[in-house]
Design a protein around this ligand. Structure first.
Ligand code: ZN
Ligand code: ZN
Length: 183
């Protein structure tokens, strides 16, 4: 499903920084993603990635940026919207010292972007996916100022006036009215 570009043999990682850029088909990631997040976001068919990588001793350094147009379902007004995700990232992979037989450990989250590799080939896909997940907002909003639905009348406040406040019987307002009356 993924191109071989996304796998870099450790032995091919040079000491002087090497720069690559590619546009990766990540259509399949939406399915993987929706299994452990509730499907708030949908991934674009392609992700543009720029990457610089090099080694220092056995430590592998990666710096890059990713860009793609994602889709979300607004958590306030439920509308579908698209947004551009741009993220610069960097991470360092250190060789895992123990359990050489253990499968890919790159996804183990550590502070400072420090993770481990235990294979002789670095699979970039899970590493880049992790960067995408770090870059995505915690919850989808079509707009910072999205007004969502009125809890009283259900009007989409981005598109129409609230009916219940016009009628003056929004139950949430009653307490303010009574406060005023009390003074
Ligand atoms: Zn919204
Ligand atoms: Zn209302």
């Amino acid at each position: 499903m993924f191109s071989p570009l996304m796998k870099i043999p450790v032995g091919d990682i040079p000491q002087s920084p090497k720069e690559i850029s590619f546009s990766e088909n990540i259509a399949g990631l939406s399915d993987i993603y929706s299994k452990y997040r509730s499907g708030d976001f949908r991934f674009p068919p392609r992700l543009d990635v720029k990457l610089v990588y090099y080694r220092s001793g056995r430590q592998l350094f990666f710096q890059g940026s990713l860009r793609g147009t994602f889709e979300g379902s607004c958590s306030r007004c439920l509308s579908e919207y698209t947004f551009e995700l741009n993220k610069d990232f960097e991470f360092v992979l250190s060789p895992a010292v123990s359990k050489p037989d253990r499968k890919i450990e790159e996804l183990s989250r550590e502070d400072l972007g420090l993770s481990y590799y235990s294979t002789d080939e670095i699979d970039l896909m899970p590493l880049i996916l992790e960067q995408v997940l770090l870059a995505l907002p915690t919850r989808p909003l079509c707009d910072e100022n999205c007004r969502g639905f009125c809890a009283g009348c259900g009007a989409n406040l981005n598109q129409e006036a609230c009916v219940c406040s016009a009628a003056g019987d929004d139950p949430r307002m009653a307490i303010f009215r009574s406060l005023k009356v009390g003074r």
